[in-house]
Design a binder for this molecule. Structure first.
Ligand SMILES: Cc1cc2nc3c(=O)[nH]c(=O)nc-3n(C[C@H](O)[C@H](O)[C@H](O)COP(=O)(O)OP(=O)(O)OC[C@H]3O[C@@H](n4cnc5c(N)ncnc54)[C@H](O)[C@@H]3O)c2cc1C
Length: 479
């Protein structure tokens, strides 16, 4: 089946846009979550939306699954390919098609990197607000699929708040546009964050934001993470909504220091990075309040200009990759807890870490309670990977137990699908499946992601009596 399809794909795509060489295929075997791997059946690199649509139509006719991939920086295994399927990579679709400053919009192809949008409009005083730490490389198509966030999403909102319209290829191979202004159901809202399960974005209209008049970036060093956490609550409690509040614990600081020599204050148990932005007078007033709130910090640095601001951010932005300097392997976890639960959850993570002999470095978007525990282990040590997985899963249980969520911004992908039933009832999951099946009744678009059990579209949602035949035959899992 795949051989015939591959020949047909080569017939509709430009030369060197269909990859079948086993060595080249391995380039695409995983995303940022490297412990899930699968060599794709075939990889295609279309250059236009029409080519994407034609590829999807061929897949649909052949009944072959397909998976979209942007830059492959996802941390949930969302772009994990199928060995029996086609991986559709958008890296040749990198044109910025239109910049419309009066309407504050840009229209871009899905492979355009997040940062490229800001770079295209920065000189005119605009920027694209959602700023994942991977923004130099991750694609806007991937951002849409994961509803990605970033340090500045506390004040400005996530990708979903900055996408005005999406041209998509539906799983049937039709090219349609979902627009924020469309009356009726918010299908664009449903598409954003759907991890490639509802189709492939081929053109994205994003909102551009005006650069703020003033920006003040502060680094506060605390003796302990508890003191830092108290400062976060006090800042929000005072009614200040900073553009960003980020926190790193001692282990994360150690890693960042080893990787990028960020020169954070020595001996800090936690550093807090707070960025205030807006009209100059407001920033000045908030800064005076902030200084008072952070009076317990043993060092307070204020960036004097863009260069010093970049120096403060350097350690935080490199934190995920930096832990590679202090550990041979690690899992980047992503969960959310109510801000007020942060101290309790961090203490519990400490306890788990000690109990299992697994170090955990904590980096987080403290303002919105989005934790990124980095679970460190030595993959050469027998059993260490399993213990790290146990700690990582137990952290998600903690998030749920405290009224939070199993993901803040990295998505569910293949990795967290098994955790979905801990957060949602069977009825919730069935309702989500109905939405999915309305777009993709044949379930060819990124199958195996987000949902724990491959329920079938013809199934009536509701409580099942007895085991599902697929479960009985061992083809599906029941959680
Ligand atoms: C060092 C590092 C730091 C990171 N920091 C952050 C952060 O601060 N915030 C954050 O939110 N994430 C962060 N991430 C995670 C990741 O960068 C984001 O999820 C990003 O949006 C993925 O983009 P991508 O182009 O790499 O997508 P991929 O990994 O290629 O794909 C991700 C998902 O999107 C789907 N997809 C890709 N393109 C399309 C398309 N055109 N249409 C439909 N579906 C598509 C894929 O099928 C997959 O399900 C980080 C990752 C790394 C490695």
């Amino acid at each position: 089946m795949l051989d015939e399809l591959t020949a047909a794909l080569a017939g509709i795509l430009p030369a060197d846009s269909v990859i079948t060489d086993p060595v080249r295929l391995r380039t695409y075997e995983c995303d940022g979550l490297t412990h899930h791997r699968a060599t794709p059946g075939v990889v295609v690199l279309p250059e236009t939306a029409e080519q994407v649509a034609a590829v999807v139509r061929l897949c649909r006719e052949a009944g072959v699954p397909f998976v979209a991939r942007g830059s492959g920086t996802g941390l949930s295994g969302g772009a994990l390919p199928r060995e029996d399927g086609v991986l559709i990579v958008t890296s040749k679709m990198r044109r910025i098609l239109e910049i419309d400053l009066p309407d504050r919009r840009a229209v871009v192809e899905p492979g355009v990197t997040n940062l490229a949008i800001t770079e295209a409009v920065r000189d005119q005083g605009y920027y694209y607000a959602p700023d994942p730490s991977s923004q130099q490389i991750c694609s806007i198509g991937g951002n849409v699929a994961e509803n990605s966030g970033g340090a500045h999403c506390l004040k400005y909102g996530f990708t979903v708040n900055h996408v005005e319209a999406c041209e998509i290829v539906t799983p049937d191979g039709d090219l349609v546009t979902l627009d924020r202004m469309d009356p009726g159901y918010d299908l664009l809202g449903a598409f954003v964050g759907s991890e490639g399960t509802l189709g492939i974005a081929t053109k994205i209209t994003v909102r551009l934001s005006r650069a703020p008049e003033a920006v003040t970036t502060v680094l506060a060093a605390f003796e302990s993470i508890e003191r830092g956490g108290e400062a976060v609550s006090a800042i929000i409690g005072a009614g200040i909504v900073p553009a960003a509040i980020e926190m790193m614990d001692a282990l994360a600081i150690e890693a960042a220091e080893a990787a990028v020599a960020c020169d954070y204050p020595r001996g800090a148990g936690a550093v807090l990075i707070v960025e205030l932005d807006g009209p100059a007078q407001e920033v000045e007033r908030q800064f005076a309040q902030l200084r008072e709130i952070c009076s317990g910090a043993f060092e307070l640095r204020v960036a004097a200009g863009a260069e010093e601001r970049a120096a403060i951010w350097k350690g935080r932005k490199s934190a995920f990759a930096a832990v590679g300097r202090i550990s041979p392997a690690y899992i980047v976890q992503d969960g959310v807890v109510p801000r007020t639960a942060l101290p309790r959850v961090l203490a519990e993570i400490d306890r788990l870490s000690a109990e299992h002999g697994i170090r955990v470095a904590n980096v987080f978007h403290a303002g919105d309670g989005n934790l990124h525990p980095l679970v460190l282990f030595d993959d050469a040590e027998p059993g260490a990977g399993e213990r790290a997985e146990t700690v990582s899963g137990a952290i998600l249980d903690l998030c749920i137990a405290h009224g939070g969520s199993i993901t803040g911004e990295h998505g569910v992908g293949v990795d967290k699908a098994k955790h979905m039933p801990r957060m949602f009832s069977p009825d919730d999951l069935d309702t989500m499946q109905l939405v999915r099946c309305a777009f993709d009744p044949a379930r060819l678009s990124n199958p195996g992601k987000v949902f724990p059990t491959p329920r079938l579209c013809g199934e009536v949602p509701g409580v099942r009596k007895g085991a599902h035949p697929l479960v009985e035959s061992g083809k599906a899992e029941q959680f």
